[in-house]
Design a protein around this ligand. Structure first.
Ligand SMILES: [Zn+2]
Length: 369
């Protein structure tokens, strides 16, 4: 993973923390090294980043001053001469406010530290609020979480339902009644801090990429809820597509003789895979898994993904459904495409969007992902 790995989204830092471009880039190299591999001596940092010892000393000095890192003493094994002092990231130095606007019935939020630990949670029932009323609830939840944080807040990250463009404008979110809502601008004005907004499935794949178990750089995350969405990371970078709609596989038609979908067409993937349909047992889990595998196979073939991660109710997804996805994809692509493919569910569960929202801020503010 390279610094600022969430390539295509212009997550431009606007914080005062890292003032000037070259220094900001160098700082992100150092932070990424500490974030990924843990504590290091200044000599290790110089070697791993390719920066000079003098530059590293200067950078570590400013990170110490900002309180983002601390000197941790010397490693246990001592060599000849003066043992080096290790420097490590302080995960609890600053907090991130993360919001998940994807559940139908509520707005969920958390305060998260730099290591992905949830420090506090809050939620507000939506009670059908849409449009302006829903925006006011989002602002209220963000304020409430920030007020409850015991550390300086690095920024606010939001995973929103619907299509969100590269500037964090919600282009369209039907269930929230939003069209061209500049949620980033609104939260920035109301809370006077850095704000990053992205689609919930894109946010989820970032959460899995950074805080999940895999460490894969080519993965697709499929979220199964009241709808079906997906997020893609390819070559370590989020793929957004030219109209910010990459990953919208829920409305790929899988059964032209099927039932009518909310989008107006007939037989979309969502009409067999969304949770209400699975719960009603309209089709067996294995058969739905095979259908999903059929949709994913050409994507695996085209992109040579190493992981497919399913997120949603584990009682439905784990087992038969997941196994059928795995078997179907393997049947339909060349062995070279699937030999190291892993199809699994996510250990992060419902928190995957909140953690991804934290990654938006980590990436945008510190260049770490
Ligand atoms: Zn549809």
């Amino acid at each position: 993973m390279s610094a600022g790995g969430i390539g295509r989204r212009p997550l431009r830092p606007i914080g005062k923390l890292l003032a000037e471009d070259t220094k900001r880039h160098h700082l992100s190299l150092v932070l990424q090294r500490l974030f990924t591999d843990g504590p290091a001596s200044r000599a290790d940092l110089a070697r791993d980043t390719g920066l000079s010892r003098v530059t590293i000393s200067d950078l570590v000095g400013s990170l110490l001053q900002d309180g983002l890192v601390a000197e941790l003493g010397s490693p246990a094994e001592t060599r000849v001469g003066k043992p080096p002092t290790l420097v490590g990231l302080l995960p609890d130095a600053v907090h991130i406010v993360a919001l998940d606007l994807s559940p139908e019935d509520r707005l969920a939020g958390a305060v998260i530290d730099l290591s992905g630990q949830v420090k506090a949670r809050a939620e507000i029932p939506r009670e059908g609020a849409t449009g302006e009323a829903a925006i006011r609830l989002v602002v209220r939840l963000a304020r409430q979480l920030r007020a409850g944080s015991t550390r300086p807040v690095l920024g606010i990250g939001v995973g929103s339902a619907g299509v969100v463009d590269g500037d964090g404008v919600v282009v369209n979110a039907a269930n929230l009644g939003w069209a061209n809502v500049d949620l980033t601008g609104i939260l920035r004005r109301e809370l006077h801090t850095s704000v990053y907004v992205a689609n919930d499935a894109n946010t989820a794949v970032l959460g899995e990429h950074t805080f999940g178990q895999g460490g894969a750089t080519d993965l697709m995350l499929v979220r199964v809820g009241t709808g079906v969405g997906a997020g893609l990371v390819v070559g370590g970078a989020l793929v957004e597509g030219h109209t910010s709609a990459a990953g919208e596989i829920g409305h790929v038609v899988v059964d032209t003789g099927g039932v009518r979908c909310a989008c107006g067409r007939v037989g979309c993937l969502e009409t067999v895979l969304a949770v209400p349909h699975l719960r009603r047992g309209e089709r067996s889990l294995a058969s739905v898994g095979a259908t999903l595998g059929g949709v994913l196979a050409p994507i695996v073939g085209a992109l040579n993904l190493s992981e497919i991660v399913l997120v949603g109710p584990l009682d439905l997804l784990d087992g038969e459904l997941c196994e059928a996805v795995d078997a179907t994809v393997r049947e339909r692509v060349m062995a070279v495409s699937s030999t190291e493919l892993v199809v699994r569910t996510s250990p992060l569960g419902d928190d995957v969007v909140l953690l991804g929202a934290a990654v938006l801020v980590l990436s945008g503010e510190l260049g770490v992902s």
